[in-house]
Design a binder for this molecule. Structure first.
Ligand SMILES: *[C@@H]1O[C@H](CO)[C@@H](O)[C@H](O)[C@H]1NC(C)=O
Ligand SMILES: *[C@@H]1O[C@H](CO)[C@@H](O)[C@H](O)[C@H]1NC(C)=O
Ligand SMILES: *[C@@H]1O[C@H](CO)[C@@H](O)[C@H](O)[C@H]1NC(C)=O
Ligand SMILES: *[C@@H]1O[C@H](CO)[C@@H](O)[C@H](O)[C@H]1NC(C)=O
Ligand SMILES: *[C@@H]1O[C@H](CO)[C@@H](O)[C@H](O)[C@H]1NC(C)=O
Ligand SMILES: *[C@@H]1O[C@H](CO)[C@@H](O)[C@H](O)[C@H]1NC(C)=O
Ligand SMILES: *[C@@H]1O[C@H](CO)[C@@H](O)[C@H](O)[C@H]1NC(C)=O
Ligand SMILES: *[C@@H]1O[C@H](CO)[C@@H](O)[C@H](O)[C@H]1NC(C)=O
Ligand SMILES: *[C@@H]1O[C@H](CO)[C@@H](O)[C@H](O)[C@H]1NC(C)=O
Ligand SMILES: *[C@@H]1O[C@H](CO)[C@@H](O)[C@H](O)[C@H]1NC(C)=O
Length: 874
């Protein structure tokens, strides 16, 4: 069939036909009305090589010096995982024993260390987003980094900004921060800096558009094969929404980025040359390495050319003993398909990240094992080899519990508080606590593997983004401690279905505190019929009936919600007997202490919602895809809503949410006055021009097959992935029936000559001028109440174009203000903050549309406004 690149089709990425290499991916075949259906991701080659851009020069030079000493086999070793459960960490590369260099240890998760003892369970990303506090985000990152460092981990597999949270039902949204790209961007950057300042590489993930769990991987669905889902989006939405926080992570120096399971525009993310070569390593100037998600690599040479630098966990399928790299990578260099510079670049990127965070001085040997908690066991768990000391049970928690408690309290959002119902005094006559969510899982806080159940109080979601709790303080524990210290009465019913007992206690209570939740997680575990993604936005465990049963009999009912994101509160939020509602997210190990600190006024709430609470799921936009849409072919997930997710969608449709993005109350009140805008003299924006250096090659390699055979005295571990050949005949060594088939590799893939720089690029994060400060906005915030409190002051911008959201968040600051006092809010607005992505120009532009800045207490309480003069900046 003839390939037709229609203009509408090209406009999806807005690039000229000259940039197309059309034959490597499937073109759209139908005449479907949606320009996104069957969208196709254009090729881009060669893969840009590391050059030491930005502040990477010193690390780059150290990495080059290290890699220059390595043999071809040693280089391949550092790019390739040794196989699932083959070594101590959740993912490990081969090492360089000749130089005493152990392989790289990659370990979950974004909220602590998975599969280890004596570690802390931090609040989840989507919870700390509600603190809107850069210092807390940095500190949490730093403390998680310290713990990983102490256990011997090289790369922490976090933080998360993909999923961003397109739809609140997305199973892993809670691992990331917020559906707002600006908020997520600041949070990810501070977290990356924190982790890396502790001497551990941060791996920002999942790149990109991994917005749901159903169909994220090719596999069986109800017995039938279904290919991986394709998230289809246009270039503007990519830049203005989903890529935005990744740019912040790259600018903050993230050493690694994990490519995702799904396809984007019908090309697998880990071999998507457009997204990895052009966007990430080209435009964003990423200097670190791209690691695959676990089994997200689907090809050898193709993924090498498309920019992948490390394959995890290394085998084609868990424990297959085969690899797309390892032996195959060695062969692809020896047979001349892949130029040496591409391998050198991959290894240099890995080692540059290592030096960039100072692992050459921070590294300790791995002292735990992911697969067994016994002190002695197999070093190679799956291959049952190397019986030795595998767990030293090193306690890395220090006093992190203190900041975990404080951050959890700072992240708690007071949604409703009628007539000062909160704070409680602790000397209420009769306190009654209700809900399974108030107490501990009967199997213990870690009783369900990877937290794959919803028993007891919810303090993290489920899946790989978890850690074992060292303990879990429950709400009932902490409330009881406070009430009993005050000589009060406390009763509790933690079975949501014990209606008779619930009613008896509710009728007695002077205050009833009801705990409810809603959970989600990663798709490999199904909980209560939810395959990772939530099936609905309502409460779990029949929380609504519980609330109804209590509030019908107690006119001072307080509801606390532990949830992975928005839940529907329609049935109870405006009930007069419900005097207060709190959203406490997924608070981690100090959950009970943090909520009691809020309830009893030891901590004045200052958190604000990092998402919108609406009144039905449809208000958030297109639903997730729960069923195959085209037989075994990739479900086409067309992101037709563009940049309009969460509050932008509500604003566009003129729907009033129940609790808007940015909403949150305090035990005091604040007023806003005196907005001032000062304009800088940054001047106009200049595109980046010029050329890169040529791709360097680091050292020579022998072309004699004899030099790559298994060492004679080698003890081979079963299913372990090695770089060696077991035959001098390449085809035999490859064990690949398709070996040597004459594929036409993409044009330019092997071209190591200097390449044109990208106009919107030039440094890590993109063109450095995008971060020029164009305006500084200040305002006066006054605490009008009688207690000290925190106010998260928010700055929104209207970009003014007909296709723009009403407003977008572009600044915030959490201020602590004493009663009767005022403080000055100040925020910088950068060039990127007031720009739109111009598809034709392939760059950011400040449009001529009039722009307005707003400062207020939430996305819908915009007390102050001023116009932004954009002359001289266009
Ligand atoms: C792409 O396919 C078309 C038609 O099948 C062919 O004429 C063209 O040469 C191919 N281009 C490349 C780069 O392989
Ligand atoms: C590759 O790594 C494995 C595991 O660390 C090691 O046993 C092997 O010796 C390494 N090979 C080379 C050539 O360094
Ligand atoms: C090389 O890769 C192919 C798939 O491309 C795979 O079938 C084969 O098993 C691999 N060889 C080895 C030695 O892992
Ligand atoms: C070179 O090696 C790779 C990896 O085994 C293989 O996929 C490819 O077909 C080989 N190419 C040639 C020309 O032999
Ligand atoms: C505890 O978890 C299991 C597994 O998900 C579930 O079957 C059971 O109903 C749960 N029990 C309670 C009380 O929630
Ligand atoms: C929503 O899902 C939860 C968890 O599976 C379930 O308990 C609840 O009954 C569902 N709600 C509705 C309205 O179906
Ligand atoms: C509120 O609580 C009182 C008991 O204090 C009860 O009589 C009344 O019916 C309740 N109202 C609602 C709407 O449930
Ligand atoms: C709640 O009910 C109690 C009696 O149970 C009553 O004393 C109190 O005034 C009621 N409060 C409100 C706000 O109605
Ligand atoms: C060597 O290759 C053969 C196939 O040619 C394969 O059966 C065997 O498992 C390989 N041995 C190792 C150690 O990889
Ligand atoms: C691949 O093409 C080259 C040159 O066209 C030829 O020499 C070689 O034999 C071909 N290899 C295979 C396996 O067909």
């Amino acid at each position: 069939m003839a390939l037709r690149l229609t203009p509408a089709f090209l406009a999806v990425f807005g690039i000229s036909a000259a940039q197309q290499y059309p034959n490597t991916t499937n073109p759209p075949t139908d005449g479907s009305a949606s320009p996104l259906n069957n969208a196709y991701s254009p090729p881009f080659y060669p893969s840009p090589w590391i050059e030491g851009l930005g502040d990477w020069d010193a690390a780059y030079k150290k990495a080059q010096a290290f890699v220059s000493q390595l043999t071809l086999l040693e280089k391949v070793n550092l790019t390739t995982g040794t196989g699932w459960q083959s070594d101590h960490c959740v993912g490990n590369t081969g090492g360089v024993p000749r130089l005493g260099f152990a392989g790289i240890c990659n370990q979950d998760s974004p909220l602590g260390i998975r599969f280890a003892d004596y570690v802390s369970a931090f609040p989840a990303g989507g919870t700390i987003a509600a603190a809107w506090d850069r210092g807390e985000w940095y500190l949490r990152g730093y403390q998680m980094g310290q713990e990983h460092r102490g256990k011997g981990v090289d790369v922490q597999l976090g933080p998360v900004v993909g999923p961003l949270g397109r739809n609140p039902k997305g199973g892993r949204n809670w691992e990331g921060f917020s559906p707002d790209p600006y908020l997520s961007g600041i949070a990810v950057a501070d977290t990356v800096r924190g982790i890396q300042d502790a001497g551990v590489v941060a791996c920002t993930k999942h790149y990109i558009m991994n917005e749901q769990e159903h169909f994220r991987q090719p596999g069986n669905f109800e017995g039938e094969f279904v290919d991986a889902l394709s998230s289809n989006l246009d270039d503007k939405t990519l830049h203005e929404l989903y890529l935005w926080p990744f740019a912040d992570a790259v600018r903050a120096g993230t050493g690694a980025i994990m490519c995702s399971y799904n396809k984007v525009n019908n090309s697998q993310a880990c071999q998507n040359s457009y997204l990895q070569n052009y966007i990430l390593k080209g435009e964003l100037g990423f200097q670190g390495f791209i690691m695959s998600d676990w089994d997200a690599q689907h090809s050898g040479v193709a993924s090498t050319f498309a920019g992948l630098d490390m394959t995890m966990p290394g085998d084609t399928d868990f424990n297959s003993g085969k690899s797309f790299w390892g032996t195959n990578f060695t062969l692809s260099i020896l047979n001349g398909t892949v130029p040496e510079w591409r391998l050198d670049d991959a290894v240099t990127r890995i080692m540059a990240a290592y030096y960039y965070v100072g692992r050459d001085t921070a590294r300790v040997a791995v002292n735990f094992d992911s697969w067994a908690r016994d002190t002695y066991g197999y070093s190679n768990f799956y291959g049952k080899a190397g019986y030795e000391l595998i767990n030293q049970h090193v306690d890395v928690r220090a006093d992190h519990f203190r900041s975990i408690r404080r951050t959890a309290a700072m992240s708690t959002v007071l949604l409703k508080n009628t007539d000062g119902a909160l704070p409680l005094t602790g000397s209420e006559k009769w306190t009654a606590v209700f809900g399974n969510d108030a107490t501990e899982n009967q199997y213990g806080p870690n009783g369900c593997p990877d937290r794959g159940c919803d028993n007891g109080t919810l303090a993290m979601g489920w899946g790989s983004g978890t850690a074992d709790f060292p303990y879990l303080i429950t709400p009932l524990d902490s409330i009881k401690a406070t009430v009993t210290q005050n000589g009060g009465i406390l009763s509790s019913v933690t079975d949501n279905y014990a209606y008779r007992q619930i009613q008896a206690e509710a009728a007695q209570a002077s205050v009833a505190i009801v705990f409810v939740n809603a959970d989600s997680g990663e798709g490999y575990i199904t909980v209560d019929g939810n395959m990772g993604d939530r099936n609905n936005l309502t409460l779990w465990q029949d929380g609504e009936t519980l609330i109804q049963n209590v509030s019908a009999l107690c006119n001072n009912t307080i509801v606390v919600i532990h949830s992975v994101g928005p839940v529907l509160v329609n049935s109870f939020y405006d009930n007069d007997n419900i005097t207060a509602i709190l959203w406490a997210g997924l608070p981690g190990q100090e959950s009970g202490n943090a909520i009691a600190d809020i309830l009893y006024g030891r901590h004045n709430p200052g958190g604000k919602l990092p998402f919108t609470i609406g009144s039905n799921a449809a208000e958030y936009g297109p639903d997730l895809i729960y069923e195959p849409t085209d037989g075994s072919n990739s479900p086409q997930d067309n992101f037709e809503e563009g940049v309009f997710i969460d509050y932008r969608a509500f604003d566009k449709q003129n729907v009033t949410p129940i609790y808007e993005f940015g909403h949150g109350l305090s035990y005091t009140t604040f007023s806003y006055s005196n907005i001032k805008v000062s304009k800088s003299s940054a001047g106009p924006y200049a595109p980046t021009t010029g050329q890169s250096s040529a791709a360097p090659t680091l050292g020579n390699f022998s072309t004699s097959p004899a030099d790559y055979q298994w060492p004679s005295d080698f003890t081979y571990v079963n299913t372990f992935i090695y770089p060696y050949l077991n035959s001098t005949d390449f085809k035999t060594a490859s064990q690949d029936p398709e070996y040597g088939v004459n594929y036409t590799w993409p044009a330019g893939a092997t071209d190591g000559r200097p390449q044109a720089r990208i106009a919107a690029g030039g440094a890590p994060g993109g063109n450095p001028q995008l971060w020029d400060v164009l305006y500084t906005v200040t305002a006066t915030i006054t605490n009008n109440g009688s207690v000290a409190g925190d106010e998260v002051v928010q700055l929104y911008v209207s970009l003014g174009g007909k296709d723009d959201p009403a407003t977008v968040l572009r600044g915030f600051e959490r201020l602590s203000i004493q009663p009767g006092q005022s403080a000055t809010f100040s925020a910088d607005i950068t060039r990127r903050d007031v720009s739109n992505w111009d598809v034709a120009r392939q760059n950011w532009v400040i449009t001529a549309a009039p722009k307005t800045v707003y400062v207020g207490a939430s996305s819908r309480k915009l007390a102050l406004q001023a116009s932004l003069d954009t002359s001289d900046y266009q």
